[in-house]
Design a protein around this ligand. Structure first.
Ligand SMILES: Nc1ncnc2c1ncn2[C@@H]1O[C@H](COP(=O)(O)OP(=O)(O)OP(=O)(O)O)[C@@H](O)[C@H]1O
Ligand SMILES: [Mg+2]
Length: 247
């Protein structure tokens, strides 16, 4: 099983949109995919039409479960795509990780019993660089950072790169342009800057209202708008990522 974490210090950049659409694309190729919604907002869970509730003691039960992560997993309406739901109790995740001991190893340890059941785990991270994120960095094979092409986002990406680079065994750090508004000159220029960096994927996800429609539709874009530019972008993005994950 490969672990892909969709992660960013910044909020609202398209992490959940990428996590859900990419997980769906992976499942369409026949892979067995688990989306782990690690965000208290439970947005990925919501978009995949799964009840936002962690059975048995919320975040506490999740972390203390010690190898029983599987009992929280729910099937979605999409074949081969399962969800480990997120709920509000995850706002205490850092505290629970700390209390359980060895917090930086915990996410990887919790995933271990599921490794035989899935080909891919996609972790939808909350924004920030918390202890939980540190634990994700350790468990992940690759990190995907959606970047809205602005100056401040570039700086934040550099900060995140610094955090990742200081690790003993850093996971592969990949970035993709998210929510590009081509009418904006500064955004186009920033995309060029981003493209020149190693680790930036070629596929650009444009700012498109069809992605926002995932909310009311509660489905990946390709389900309700298969011919849209955004659906094609996520499909290509997944193809690029698959090469990185299984070289
Ligand atoms: N490519 C896009 N074009 C237009 N809107 C988008 C796009 N991607 C995401 N959005 C919208 O932007 C908002 C934030 O997206 P999303 O929830 O995926 O970001 P996030 O990084 O997961 O946010 P958070 O940090 O809160 O978890 C949502 O309303 C979503 O519908
Ligand atoms: Mg999110």
């Amino acid at each position: 099983m490969k672990v892909l974490a969709v992660v960013s210090i910044k909020g609202g950049v398209g992490k959940t949109a990428s996590a859900v659409n990419l997980a769906y694309e992976a499942s369409r190729t026949g892979a067995r995919v688990l989306v782990w919604d690690l965000d208290a907002q439970g947005s990925a869970t919501y978009l995949l039409r799964v009840r936002q509730r962690l059975a048995g003691g919320g975040a506490h039960g999740l972390v203390a479960a010690g190898g029983e992560l599987g009992r929280h997993v729910r099937a979605t309406t999409h074949p081969g795509l399962h969800v480990l739901p997120g709920d509000l109790s995850l706002r205490f995740l850092d505290r629970e990780l700390d209390a359980a001991g060895k917090p930086r190893r915990r996410v990887g340890a919790l995933l271990r019993p599921l490794r035989a059941s899935y080909d891919l785990a996609v972790i939808d991270c909350p924004p920030g660089a918390s202890l939980a994120i540190e634990s994700v960095l350790r468990a992940a094979d690759a990190l995907l950072v959606p970047v809205v092409p602005t100056t401040l986002a570039m700086r934040t990406l550099e900060q995140f790169e610094h955090i990742v680079a200081t690790r003993r065994r850093p996971p592969t750090l990949l970035a993709h342009v998210s929510m590009l508004d081509r009418r904006k000159t500064l955004q186009r220029r920033t995309v060029e800057e981003l493209a020149a960096r190693p680790g930036t994927l070629a596929t650009v996800v444009p700012n498109a209202s069809v992605v926002e429609r995932m909310g009311p539709e509660r489905a990946p874009v390709a389900v309700f708008a298969p011919r849209s530019v955004a659906a094609a972008a996520y499909e290509r993005l997944w193809q690029e990522l698959a090469v990185q994950l299984w070289p």
